[in-house]
Design a protein around this ligand. Sequence first.
Ligand code: ADP
Ligand code: ZN
Length: 777
Amino acid sequence: MSRSRQQSLFDSSPDPVPGDSRADPSSAWEAAARADQLSARVVFNRPLDTAFHYLIPDELRDHLSPGQRVRVPFGRGNRSTVGFCVGLERPPETLGRLKQIDSIVDAAPLVDGAMLELTAWIARRYLCGWGQVLESVIPAGVKRQAGTRQVKFLGLPEDFAERFHALGVGQLPAKQRAVVDALEAAGSAMRIDQLTRAAGCGNSPIDGLTKKGLLEVEMRRLDPGDAEDWSEGVVREQDLTLNPDQQAALDEIVGQLRDQTHRTLLLHGVTGSGKTEVYIQAIREVVAYGRQAIVLVPEISLTPQTIRRFRSRFDSVAVLHSHLGDAQRHYHWQRIARGEVDVIVGARSAVFAPTVNLGLIVIDEEHETTFKQESTPRYHARDVARRRAELAGVPLVLGSATPMLESWLAADTGGDRLLSLPRRIDDRPMPPVSLVDTRNDRRIRSGVAIGRGLETFIKQALDDRGQVILFLNLRGHSPAVWCRACGQGVRCDGCDVTLTWHRDRRAVVCHLCDFQSEPPSECPGCGKRGLKLLGVGTQKLEEEVRARFPGAIVLRMDSDSMRRPGSHDRALEQFRSGEAQILLGTQMIAKGLDFPNVTLVGVVDADTMLHQPDIRASERTFQLIAQVAGRTGRSDRGGRVLVQSACPDDPAIRLACNHDYAGFVVHELAHRRATLTPPFTSLARVILRSPDEAAVAELARGVAEVLRRLQPDPPPVRILGPAPAPISRVKNYYRFHLQLAAETSEVIRELWLSAASELPKHSSVELVIDVDPLNLR
Ligand code: ADP
Ligand code: ZN
């Protein structure tokens, strides 16, 4: 495959560019394109790097714009297929005869030119099809126009005064007058039911005014379930007076806003330093200009508390989380696209919110791995946000107490700007952290989770009527079911992992595929009886805590206990109100929570992340401890932290206990530089999977061979593998991988694109490439 074809596709902005993409050669050709006729460039939901040209029949010509979907004949069999029109242009002469568009699917474009440009960039950056990106970022509910119905809105015409005058009636009947007054007071068009309520009348005065030509009727699509009152019950609050650090950070952001150019600003603020208040006041500025702001937060942080914080400050806030139904998502999308929403708060995919006049993007807790999508397109919301902000010429603010090293480096030595909030609000101290070496604790060695020191601390905190958070990053009851005789753990049938005993389900469960079965009575390996449960998960911790502190009310939060929608919010509310004294759980409780009465945080096992085969194991360990420690000492009551670890000398653990992010950065960056790992290199990972182990192994070798052969000398890309992936089997699919490392991702991209047409294929093997992978398993 030629490099030039690739570029001609991805360089393309929505404006016409002379392309040299091809039509399918084996089809029945249409008549030759007339010289003055435009063709449509169409991309499909496939991993294709090519756009295809189609003729636009005369009767469709006035109705088609880029961003609409079209139905076209595709491939050898001319199968009727839906694709996205991404451009209109003169058909390249080299193409010969073109097929013709059958029909237009959408009445209006689903995305605008800016979004087309952004999605083209994503396809290029993450090495997937443009059509795949469009398919993924436009919500299903938007494509189907889910749940909407046409609703009549009534408003006053602009020239109301003249029209009224022209009637020559001097005065309107009182009821009609009331309708006009209500509309004037509202300042915008209203639905009939809203209007009759506001004017205190029935339908007849409205009909009367309509007949006189004094009302304008407009049909709008509306979602039936979620039409109004979404800010009900939220009390309006004033902005806080910023402290000098916050003010300095805000001034920088506002200065950048007024500059109307792009800049990424990294707001590094310790836990409890008041980052959110800085975002809010920066957004206030954006909204004052009549522009919109997008705030991305990790899904787990979309708690009622977070939502309330934004709703209490802004008139029109849309919250986009993953539980929205198709109809609700469509409804929000439309309101945003009409410019009716000032602030969009949402998880990863909210980076695609179709704002009319974007003014600012904020990413809170920017270090969170959930900002990376783990299915095609495998984009990272931070990079997409950066690109979107560049295209729009607006600032991007990244906030974190523990920025990802990539972000830190970009601000420290790259072009990004670093803003610091080094102190907590009201100069509250960071909580003191005690690090307990569990190797010396007999109780812990005997399989108990809570050591002597932690028990004493918990007791004291409860006696002082404080609340306690206990963090353990292993769900289930016992993380290993182990055979004493052969020393093997019991494994999943379909996956290459050991099973976890879940007492609540009375089953051993696979955390990869959720397979569950009755616990075996003998070892599946050697057949001996006497399997042993090893280790402590959150369920066992819960039992232990209940037994030791019978007077306390205990809540457990992990993905097992929080299955039902709303249970997460309910549990947090119970804890906030003081109804429960101890909250224990996984990552879910480690982030972002702001409970003033928490006087103790216990990290039950700091080592769980440390021994993962992952270049970021240290960084994740540091982040988790720092974040969970940040949940205490947030009021005058103060607070302290106890960390249990069997590796107390590990730098990540030691530095996290000293609240020493700067020290950790120096240490870890030196290590990354020495090992040539990110952020000093760019990585991509090729993952192959198949139920057929021999086929996937062979194909992986073939792919590696092509890549190696196409490398210039000296080879700019280091190619590792192929090798079985660290998790070598999931749901009976065997997994192999290759790692590509180079100075920039551009170098990897060039190699990959030059190889694309030569890569071997096998019908049973799926192949994906993950650019800038965060998950290396
Ligand atoms: P962070 O996100 O940096 O951990 P938060 O934004 O949650 O910190 O702020 C911590 C607490 O401090 C919140 O309860 C917030 O309302 C409060 N706060 C923030 N800024 C101020 C301020 N300028 N004055 C008083 N309280 C503040
Ligand atoms: Zn499994």
